[in-house]
Design a protein around this ligand. Structure first.
Ligand SMILES: [Zn+2]
Length: 285
């Protein structure tokens, strides 16, 4: 994380939003969030319990090419990038549909770097039990981005497509979705993820054996890891969820009660900052 330009409370920063940077807390400490607007940074943990105001200028810049776009496609892209980039293709969300070997990958070199590398299939608890996949290098950032309070890596695989096939097996019994309202209300009962893993692996044994036959016995490995707990900087959870939306009201303000996943929790409502990637904002702390 770039700490050099972190700005103290009481300042104003301006720029186009990118995903908040998040670092796990040490021990039981809450995660640390940094809001990023252009090249400027705001330490959000330092803003807890204080007023925060965000104003959208009306401009959106594509997060990939920087061109102005009237609308954001796929969380921060202009339309040409959204149609052209491999990272915006359907197979990123549904990796089992990877079409690299058909020679139709939108950007084969990007695919080789991004998709043909070790991935992890995990169980997490963000609003109940869910399955997910991520690049091995994205652990635990991916879990924090989802607002998971517990997570457990279950299998290591060699590629994103293999992770997709494994996830499809899990999805027969486990959701891959988070109920973001429940996640933001903080009403999440703890789970015994190791017991869930053992139950699911026993159930999916033959499906996994089929995948190993196809990709090789070393390709899909069961991990023996321990579940991790994740904590968030939240002073108070909302009882009722009201969402802010820059497209409807370009001014968002309130007392910052917390940050969880990619959401700011204000006393006036919540806002999913990831949804507004590329929006040019002024943020006053
Ligand atoms: Zn673009």
């Amino acid at each position: 994380m770039d700490e050099a330009s972190t700005i103290a409370v009481g300042h104003v920063i301006r720029g186009c939003l990118t995903k908040m940077a998040v670092e796990p807390g040490r021990g039981n400490a809450p995660a640390h969030y940094t809001l990023r607007a252009g090249t400027q940074r705001l330490d959000l943990n330092a803003c807890l319990g204080r007023p925060l105001r965000l104003s959208w200028s009306g401009a959106i810049a594509c997060t990939h090419c920087g061109r102005a776009t009237r609308k954001s496609f796929g969380q921060g892209y202009c339309y040409p990038c959204f149609k052209r980039l491999a990272q915006c293709d359907t197979c990123i969300v549904k990796p089992e549909l990877c079409h690299y070997y058909e020679g139709t990958c939108r950007e084969p070199e990007w695919g080789e770097r991004h998709c043909f590398q070790p991935h992890v299939v995990y169980l997490a608890n963000a609003s109940g039990l869910k399955v997910g996949i991520t690049r091995a290098t994205q652990v635990p950032t991916r879990w924090l981005d989802q607002g998971a309070v517990q997570a457990l890596p279950v299998l290591a695989v060699e590629s994103r497509q293999q992770a997709g096939f494994v996830e499809v097996l899990f999805k027969e019994t486990v959701s891959d979705r988070t109920n973001w309202r429940a996640m933001l209300k903080g009403e999440v009962a703890p789970l015994d993820l190791a017991a869930e893993r053992d139950r699911l692996l026993a159930r999916l044994d033959s499906g996994l054996a089929n995948l190993r036959e196809r990709f090789g016995h070393e390709a899909i490995r069961i991990l023996d890891e321990r579940a991790v707990s994740l904590a968030y900087p939240v002073l108070e959870y909302p009882r009722k969820i009201v969402s802010h939306n820059f497209d409807k009201h370009p001014e968002v303000s309130g007392m910052l009660h917390g940050v969880k996943g990619q959401y700011l929790i204000l006393d006036s409502g919540v806002i999913n900052l990831r949804k507004f990637t590329g929006y040019e904002v002024e943020v006053a702390a």
